[in-house]
Design a protein around this ligand. Structure first.
Ligand code: UGA
Length: 440
């Protein structure tokens, strides 16, 4: 099938490659020339395991191309919208890019000569968006489907090709719905044939599935971080607690890792956008708890800061602090809403000499001259003479690090395990004062 992907950021670029892997002819379109140039030359504009290999392979076969020219979409059967929906004023999602994409596509839609043509929304949008956009898409001679994406950074390729489920939000008209569904079923045939559940619903429910899934995940993390605060006060151990409650299949053990909180381009923005939309719909109170989820997430960082102060004798001022991890999670170079960077900025604000490092993100940060902290590309450099080591992102390189090697580098042996990912005994045996989240 000839398909196009509008927006070649994280979601779009991965989706374009994954669709090419399924054997489709894919054209990725983006207004950002640098991004298109990089992708066309087989260079990934972001860090994602396995992505570069697929990109290069598919470029070589000729089944995948990238362009800034929207006219390249004319005649394709399926057009994915994978542009960003950043946080706008008051927390609401900013739909400028989605609306702009549709406007830019319109002159070239409705030109497919072999079967129904479908526009497929993948971006995370406020409920009601698809219904609002459908008439203008229909006027251009195409059908609109909302088909949210559930991929995680770090597992993006795998999540796209082997998703837990696929969700189709279909048009109200039953004939249109059947035709749109048939096109998507054909497009995704190998995924469906491998047994992936395919769930069919209306636009509103599909949009809500995506945002409520992220809201639930954020709530789960804040729940365990709230338990960590109680454990800290009561002398309990949140890791043991999470393990025990997670064995109840109704609760489940995943997303119960306490730490300095969730970051990234999705969970923080999505819970705010969801609240803003619920307010507009007059049901803001139903989602009041998400304000609490957001607040607990902020508090998780403040508590780590309290621990840093108390470890350093009441103040971090003039102490050298090594922050390990500026990406919001391992296997990513994404620093949007990064808990590690937020902590680094707060420590610097309190007068600490902060040195941050990250295997994937530090090489990006070094180009920024206007930071309140130093950036070390090398772990050894970051650790040298540190008075405190703070683990902010649980990269393997850091969790597997030998504490006695670190002990020889640092100035004072203090470590805060902001992800409960280190072996407390090993670090204490190497002479470190060790503090984690929600445990002694
Ligand atoms: C999230 C969702 O997990 C995906 O399903 C969704 O498709 C995606 O957003 C999106 O909307 O595009 P992602 O942003 O890649 O994916 O990151 P997560 O794996 O959800 O992690 C988010 C944050 O939570 C990270 O900072 C991570 O360190 C933190 N986290 C995660 C915890 O603090 N504890 C946990 O137990 C799990």
């Amino acid at each position: 099938m000839n398909i196009t992907v509008i927006g070649c950021g994280y979601l779009g670029a991965v989706h374009a490659c994954a669709m090419a892997e399924l054997g489709h002819h894919v054209v990725g379109v983006d207004v950002d020339r640098d991004k298109i140039e990089a992708l066309s030359e087989g260079r990934a504009p972001f860090h994602e395991p396995g992505f570069t290999e697929i990109l290069r392979r598919r470029l070589e076969t000729g089944g995948l191309t990238f362009t800034t020219d929207f006219s390249a979409i004319a005649g394709a059967r399926v057009h994915f919208i994978a542009v960003g929906t950043p946080q706008g004023p008051g927390g609401a999602a900013d739909l400028t890019y989605v609306e702009g994409a549709i406007e830019a596509m319109k002159p070239y839609l409705g030109k497919c000569l072999n079967g129904d043509e479908v526009v497929v929304g993948k971006s995370t949008v406020p409920v009601g968006t698809a219904a609002r956009l459908a008439p203008s898409v229909a006027a251009a001679g195409t059908l609109l489907v909302w088909n949210p994406e559930f991929l995680r950074e770090g597992f993006a390729v795998e999540d796209t090709l082997q998703p837990d489920r696929m969700v189709y939000g279909l048009p109200v008209d039953s004939d249109d719905a059947e035709r749109a569904k048939a096109v998507l079923d054909e497009l995704y045939a190998p995924i469906i044939e491998s047994g992936t559940p395919r769930l069919v619903m209306d636009y509103a429910t599909a949009e809500l599935v995506k945002i409520s899934a992220n809201a639930f995940l954020a709530t789960k993390i804040s729940f365990i971080n709230a338990m960590a605060s109680v454990c800290d006060a009561a002398g309990g151990d949140v890791t043991a607690l999470a393990r025990a409650i997670g064995m109840d299949a109704r609760i489940g053990s995943r997303f119960l890792r306490a730490g300095i909180g969730f970051g990234g381009g999705c969970l923080p923005k999505d819970i705010r956008a969801f609240r803003a939309r619920a307010d507009e719909l007059g049901v803001g109170e139903a989602l009041n708890f998400l304000a609490e989820v957001d607040q607990i997430n902020e508090n998780a960082r403040h508590q780590a800061l309290d621990k840093a102060r108390s470890m350093l004798g009441g103040s971090v001022s003039r102490a050298r602090v090594a922050v390990l991890g500026t990406a919001f999670k391992p296997d990513s170079d994404d620093m949007r809403c990064s808990p590690g960077l937020a902590l680094a900025a707060e420590l610097a604000d309190e007068g600490a000499h902060v040195v941050v490092t990250d295997p994937a993100a530090a090489p990006i940060l070094v180009h920024d001259d206007d930071l309140p902290y130093d950036v070390a590309v090398d772990l050894e450099e970051a650790l040298t003479a540190a008075d405190l080591v703070l683990l902010a992102t649980e990269w393997d390189q850091y969790t597997r690090c030998d504490p006695s090697w670190v002990a020889d580098l640092v100035g004072r042996r203090n470590v805060i395990d902001g992800r409960n990912a280190l072996d407390p005994e090993a670090w204490r045996n190497a002479g470190f004062a060790y503090a984690a989240v929600g445990s002694r």
